[in-house]
Design a protein around this ligand. Structure first.
Ligand SMILES: [Zn+2]
Length: 312
């Protein structure tokens, strides 16, 4: 009886482990050495197993560098398994774009295979904040069993002070600190020889971005930096890679500029937010995906920021 139970349990465990590997994750090559996997559209849920953000990786002559760890430990493991299908070279370094749950909860899978984790030092504040614990509780509720008591919020092994260049297996990498923009600790990674930039959440392609409590003035500077770098491909944190980065980057930049200009004007005219929102012509953006979900909250956040700025 006990044996039957143990066997049944064993099968169940094997089944749930398989279930956790059930998402459709297919690496896409964007340049000679650069690849990414693309999460599903929408919010993190048990249905998509939390696979709603992107991660990238670069196969150099002697090793693999990964950009972002995805949103659960199981997804981190699956990404490693996908990389293993392409190369047996050691996965030596994981760069975390910013400490938002969907980009770093898979970190423990990379630590387990000995990868060294790099992130910007301001990620540490985010990681140690009450907000990080609240987010974990919410993710455990929304993403069980993919996020559970075994999910650990891990710090980087090396907290970067600012821009950092390095070379690996014949390729040159440029990490640029572009925060505080979408998050306090935003970094982007350029693979020089491939002319690819992994941009984290700096670019939301073909849709209205999610502003949250982002610092939109720094975000605009980051977008200018990306535009000036003339990459051939930009891999965003969500959605498909952009092979026409100039127009995609310009769209996000123009949107942020427009929201800042219109809300800034309203603040200087001492309008209420409701008035300001109603008086703004949104027709250029209203047909873009995520407009309905994100635009009013974006405008409100920018309005509050501009109001604070005007009091200084
Ligand atoms: Zn984010």
């Amino acid at each position: 009886m006990l044996r039957t139970l143990t066997t049944a349990l064993g099968i169940l465990c094997a089944l749930s482990a398989q279930l956790a590997l059930a998402v459709d994750m297919k690496p896409v090559q964007v340049a000679a050495h650069s690849w990414y996997v693309m999460g599903k559209a929408g919010m993190a849920s048990s249905a998509n197993e939390g696979f709603m953000s992107n991660a990238g990786f670069v196969i150099t002559d002697d090793s693999v560098v990964v950009f972002d760890a995805l949103g659960t430990p199981a997804l981190g493991e699956q990404l490693i398994a996908e990389i293993r299908k392409l190369t047996t070279k050691p996965i030596q370094r994981l760069i975390v774009s910013h400490y938002h749950a969907d980009h770093y909860y898979g970190t423990q899978a990379f630590k387990a295979i000995g990868a060294e984790v790099w992130a910007h030092r301001r990620g540490r504040e985010a990681l140690e904040s009450d907000g990080a614990q609240a987010r974990l509780a919410q993710r455990k509720a929304d993403l069980f069993p993919f996020v559970d008591d075994n999910t650990r919020l891990l710090p980087a092994d090396r907290w970067l002070e600012g821009n950092t260049d390095f070379e690996k297996g014949g390729l040159h990498f440029r990490i640029t600190y572009v925060g505080p923009a979408h998050a306090p600790d935003d970094i982007i990674m350029e693979v020089v020889e491939d002319r690819v930039i992994f941009a984290g959440d700096m670019l939301f392609r073909g849709r209205v971005p999610f502003v949250g409590d982002a610092d939109t003035s720094h975000w605009l500077l980051a977008l200018d930096h990306l535009i000036d770098a003339h990459p051939a491909v930009v891999v965003p944190g969500h959605g498909p890679a952009s092979t026409e980065p100039q127009s995609d980057l310009t769209l996000t930049r123009d949107y942020l500029k427009y929201v800042r200009e219109s809300m800034g004007k309203a603040v200087s005219e001492l309008k209420s937010f409701d008035e300001a929102y109603a008086d703004t012509d949104w027709s250029r953006w209203s047909r873009l995906p995520a407009f309905r979900e994100a635009n009013r909250a974006n405008a409100y956040n920018v309005f509050l920021q501009m109001e604070k700025g005007s009091l200084r």
